[in-house]
Design a protein around this ligand. Structure first.
Ligand SMILES: *Cc1c(COP(=O)(O)O)cnc(C)c1O
Length: 471
């Protein structure tokens, strides 16, 4: 219990009343600029905040009264926040390319342009322009992904978690799904294979051990009740030491001999070979098709670099069944997703991969990263050089999004060591700017990884730093 002494009581009494504040707000034209309800809410919030601040304060300084100016400043601050969207663009200076909390994959210019053109009017979403009759929303994306991967058919849902749920529900409800104990993964704190399995109505049959699962383990688990053999990519963790897992092609062989489809959840499911750029290889969707997996799922907004979505590809008979599941009606993507996704896939077909931001960021040469760090450091020096020490350091970026865990990609960072405030205080102020900057702190500096900062954002970034330091 915090004690409220006489001094505090006096300060609390000195807070201007709501009516007084409303009159001042009106005089200053706030009621002309904002709806009355919002001004009132800002006043109440500000007063509440000032009260809480005084009550929590250790000691009250003299002169112990609240100035009108301070409360009005707070009210204007609140009005600014209440009048702007809370879901907004931020600058990702963390170097984590597929940052789930920051919205994963940024979209490329052409996909955005296409999205805007589709969304700003009517579209051929479910209308076959050839025949002039009702069409299917999935075709726009399905034909392209089939050409790219060699799959017979495809359907898209809202995300990969939905994809896994839909596949299991369609093909294995009330029956058994065999999966290795080493692959019962949890991704991002809310997607757990056993939980999704339970919700789908399928029954989980765990085989093998945490570190070793052999083909024989799957073989012995197969019964009349077996609907699927499931293989899940260990996206966000790595096992070292005495480990053994069954390669997809061997599982496919077993499935074929027993007439049981094999379902492969790839997680990231890249369409390009990341090892081309010196990165560890992630399983590719076309390789899973070639290995004979009957159904394959992967995220559209991880390494693929598209909008949030879950791709389901595979044999036509199975995909048709999956698409017809009534549950699919609840999981299907909207036109914004489909518009952006189709256009991103065209980059893969056209070989214009450098246009896909995620691919460009992951494959950025060290020389380019160093050049960018130099440029950003110069800009920051000329803007805030008097208030902070700016440096350049070699560091490491991460792929993120549960892909390539533990793998550090060499990068260059710009370090900012503020002179008058702590790095923690600067980090917090940057988050409250009109264009927030999200950055890491090490020791006494803020670290800006240039890999995930677009050069077109440099001006905004510098402005946010300037404002944060002059506060
Ligand atoms: C990321 C991931 C998922 C979930 O995908 P979302 O697109 O986040 O829904 C499922 N399975 C694996 C193996 C993953 O890596």
């Amino acid at each position: 219990m915090i004690e409220i002494d006489e001094k505090k009581r006096a300060v609390l009494r000195s807070i201007p009343g709501v009516d007084t504040l409303l009159t001042v707000a009106e005089k200053r034209g706030l009621l002309g600029r904002y709806p009355r309800e919002r001004v009132l809410r800002a006043i109440r919030d500000a007063v509440e905040e000032v009260r809480a601040f005084i009550i929590a304060a250790d000691n009250v300084q003299e002169p112990a009264t609240i100035r009108m100016e301070n409360v009005m400043g707070k009210i204007e601050e609140k009005l600014f926040i209440l009048s702007s969207p809370s879901l907004k663009r931020v600058i990702n200076a963390t170097g984590v390319v597929i940052h789930t909390n920051l919205g994963r994959a940024p979209l490329d210019a052409q996909s955005l342009e296409h999205l805007v053109s589709v969304a700003s009017g009517y579209s051929s979403l479910e209308f076959d322009l050839e025949r002039g009759e009702r069409g299917i929303r999935y075709v726009h994306v399905a034909e392209k992904i089939c050409r790219l991967t060699g799959a017979e058919a495809a359907v898209v849902v809202n995300n990969n978690a939905a994809a896994v749920l839909l596949v299991l529900n369609t093909l294995a409800e009330g029956r058994q799904v065999v999966v290795s104990r080493g692959e019962l993964v949890e991704i991002g704190g809310s997607f757990r294979i056993p939980d999704v399995m339970a919700r789908s109505g399928a029954r989980l049959v765990e085989v093998g051990t945490t570190n070793k699962t052999r083909l024989r383990d799957y073989e012995e688990a197969i019964t009349e009740e077996t609907a699927l053999l499931l293989k899940v990519h260990k996206s966000n963790f790595r096992q070292v030491g005495f480990v053994e897992e069954v390669p997809l092609d061997q599982l496919v062989k077993l499935g074929r001999s027993r007439n049981i489809p094999v379902f492969n959840d790839l997680g990231s499911g890249s369409l390009v070979d990341l090892s081309c750029w010196g990165l560890p290889k992630e399983p590719m969707a076309q390789e899973a098709v070639a290995a004979g997996a009957d159904v394959i799922t992967f995220s559209c907004d991880k390494v693929l670099g598209g909008p949030q979505g879950g791709m389901i590809i595979g044999r036509k008979g199975l995909i048709d069944k999956i698409a017809r599941n009534p549950l699919n009606r609840a999981l299907r993507p909207g036109k914004l997703t489909l518009a952006a996704l189709e256009r991103v896939l065209m980059h893969y077909e056209d070989g214009t991969l450098e246009a896909v931001p995620v691919v460009a960021m992951l494959s950025m040469p060290e020389k380019e990263l160093r050049r960018r760090a130099g440029r950003l450091a110069r800009k920051l020096k000329s803007a805030i050089g008097g208030d902070a020490e700016i440096g350049i350091r070699k560091d490491a970026s991460q792929v993120g999004g549960g892909a390539l865990p533990e793998y550090n990609i060499p990068t260059y960072t710009v370090t900012v060591k503020p002179e008058k405030i702590s790095a923690g205080e600067l980090e917090e102020r940057l988050r409250h700017q009109k264009v927030p900057v999200i950055a890491r702190i090490t020791a006494d500096s803020l670290v800006l990884d240039v890999r995930t900062i677009f050069p077109s954002e440099y001006e905004d970034l510098v402005e946010s730093f300037r404002n944060s330091l002059k506060m």
